[in-house]
Ligand binder design. Structure first.
Ligand SMILES: [Zn+2]
Length: 613
């Protein structure tokens, strides 16, 4: 996932972090997966937009590991109406345990060591944490409702009774029944057009973890982008989407040249309505993406490289528990940069890396360099896994892997990674297992000389940023900085050398304009570069923060439009934060927010509520 939630750590979190759990133990699942595992789920669900519920059955195929007489599943806010076993029509004995905050309730079912199939009859709650029900007004087309799921990290249990931990892999199939004017899609083989009866059948033949279960239902159309890729979006933005992602096939080829074949047959994108709170989610075969990357100039497609890279790191070789989250995200940021380098060149990716390092340093400052949550290996005992999912896993993970590349040489390192993805395909991985692989190949722990160069234990088990962190060199950003100083020293904005600048040049330019810049200068920049009318949401987010600081009134109208239309948390939070710093700004923000809030996802409005309270 890109741009995950960023919660502040809790005091209990710090205390808990002193006692790590044994590797591979999943503290976020009730399931007794060491005794029996669910190897396949067959869903039959009806989608009801009026009641905001899914209802039907989940038929779970079992693989017995030990002679057990109970099956324990994860559930959260599900109403269970019946449980039957194998072909029987009579009810099995089952109990729903006590509710535990954010973990939900264990569903304990009496089985025999010969039970092969368990069928759970159930419906979801209108408040199911994984399900986002959108009113027509919250979509791009404004005419039809929309539903999408977000199962990561432990939300799958709020729409499917399952063994909801990344350590359990299964295949799945589904029949989804919905209104015939809507198209249903899943993280599986997908239709390319609406059916006449609103019934859709899905098959996911590769084994996935539950956090990759995904469903979307809406007024969607498909455009092909190549022999094995395409894009789904609402009719009004489907052409724009097809234009934006024209390099998708190139990216898939680049990724395959790096680390071996793409193992999921097709790779399609689904552009969600504006209220999607994240950048993207790597649902297998069908990445869910925010429409805020539709910049019109293909300048924000690094996010797609990221989600595509997850087809190897995460979806193919999966973190065994959420404490090992950096194995999913750090690898993916590293792989994303390598794909981008192949398609767009090193100059481009060194800009990305420079911004990545800046973000990482800021995160470490805000969490605190001695805080346990700045370690790569997390300890989320007693906490919601989302609490630990800061950009440490992403960006510190990236720099650790980049250090390995720079130390061992690119050829050796790529050989290792290709073998790692091939040998461990469709399995789960703990941090300790990964370290063993790394040590076996390069001696990062056992060879004194190598160990002192890499400092693997410090990177993984100690807080803060080790002193051997690689330093990206961006000549492009040096050029940007010289333009910033020219501008601040009196060169008119219109006379600056900005030809050929990409989104990243502009972001870096805006970030480095001092806070004390006078209003006249802000107006001058707007005349020269037309920032207020930019179609690029990342640039707008940066620009509006400048406008707020300088009290540039002309921008407030467009800023209101932006806040009404963009629901991605990363792109609205900094603006509300800047507004909340003055009484005048806060009053204005509250007026806009009152109208914008109904269009936001709970992930977004929970954060903004806190900022404007
Ligand atoms: Zn990711």
């Amino acid at each position: 996932m890109k741009s995950l939630l960023f919660f502040l750590f809790t005091v209990s979190g710090i205390l808990m972090a002193q006692k790590p759990n044994p590797p591979g133990t999943d503290i976020h699942s009730f399931a007794n997966s060491s005794e029996v595992v669910v190897s396949h789920i067959a869903l039959d669900l009806s989608v009801n937009f009026d009641t905001k519920t899914l209802s039907g059955t989940a038929a779970l195929s079992l693989e017995h590991k030990k002679k057990t007489k109970t099956l324990i599943l994860d559930t959260r806010d599900l109403t269970i109406s019946d449980v039957t076993l194998d072909g029987s029509t009579s009810s099995a004995s089952y109990t729903l345990g006590k509710e535990v905050q954010y973990l939900g309730r264990p569903l304990t079912i009496t089985i025999t060591p010969r039970t092969k199939l368990v069928i759970v009859h159930y419906s979801t709650s209108p408040n199911a944490a994984a399900l986002q029900w959108l009113e027509p007004s919250q979509t791009a087309g404004k005419e039809k409702p929309f539903l999408f799921t977000q199962s990561e990290a432990i939300l799958a249990r709020s729409w499917v009774p399952c063994m909801d931990g990344p350590g359990v892999r299964m295949t799945y199939s589904a029949t989804i029944r919905t209104r015939p004017d809507l198209l249903a899609l899943m993280s599986a083989g997908n239709p390319v057009a609406k059916s006449t009866d609103g019934i859709y059948k899905f098959e996911m033949k590769q084994r996935i973890s539950s956090y990759l279960l995904a469903l979307a239902v809406g007024n969607l159309e498909f455009r092909s982008l190549g022999t094995r890729s395409g894009v789904y979006a609402e009719p009004g933005i489907v052409e724009k989407s097809a234009f934006e992602f024209v390099d998708l096939e190139k990216m898939i080829t680049a990724a395959e040249e790096l680390y071996g074949p793409y193992r999921w047959e097709r790779y399609d994108l689904l552009v969600l309505p504006p209220s999607f709170p994240f950048g993207g989610m790597e649902n297998p075969r069908l990445t869910f993406a925010t429409p805020t990357i539709l910049a019109g100039d293909r300048s924000l497609v690094a996010l797609i490289a990221h989600e595509l890279a997850h087809s190897w790191s995460g979806n193919l070789v999966t973190n065994a528990t959420w404490n090992d989250f950096w194995l999913n995200e750090g690898f993916t940021v590293y792989f994303e940069h390598r794909i981008m380098e192949k398609v767009y060149g090193r100059t481009y990716t060194e800009m990305l890396a420079t911004l990545t390092l800046k973000d990482l340093q800021e995160t470490i400052v805000s969490i605190g360099a001695t805080n346990a949550d700045t370690r790569l290996k997390l300890d989320l005992t007693g906490r919601d896994p989302d609490d630990g999912m800061t950009d440490i896993a992403y960006n510190k993970g990236y720099f650790f892997l980049r250090l390995c590349e720079e130390t061992f040489g690119r050829e050796q390192w790529d050989g290792f990674l290709t073998k790692y993805f091939t040998d461990n395909a469709f399995t789960t991985m703990t941090t300790e297992q990964f370290l063993k692989h790394l040590d076996a190949r390069f001696g990062v722990l056992s060879n004194k000389d190598v160990a002192s160069k890499i400092k693997a234990n410090e990177w993984i088990y100690s807080p803060g940023l080790p002193d051997n962190c690689p330093k990206p060199q961006s000549t492009e950003f040096e050029k940007v900085m010289s333009q910033v100083s020219s501008f601040m020293n009196g060169t008119p904005a219109s006379k600056l050398t900005t030809e050929g600048w990409t989104t990243h040049h502009w972001l870096y330019f805006l970030r480095n304009i001092p806070d004390s810049v006078r209003l006249e200068k802000v107006i001058e920049m707007d005349y020269a570069f037309n920032f207020t009318r930019s179609g690029n949401s990342e640039i707008l987010c940066e620009w509006f923060q400048r406008c707020i600081k300088a009290d540039y009134e002309t921008a407030f109208g467009p800023m209101r439009g932006y806040l009404m239309n963009v629901g991605r948390r990363k792109l609205v939070k900094p603006i509300y934060t800047a507004l909340a710093k003055t009484e005048k700004g806060k009053t204005w923000a509250k007026q806009v927010y009152e109208k914008a809030r109904p269009g936001y996802h709970s992930v977004t409005y929970n954060t903004i509520d806190g900022i404007l309270k």
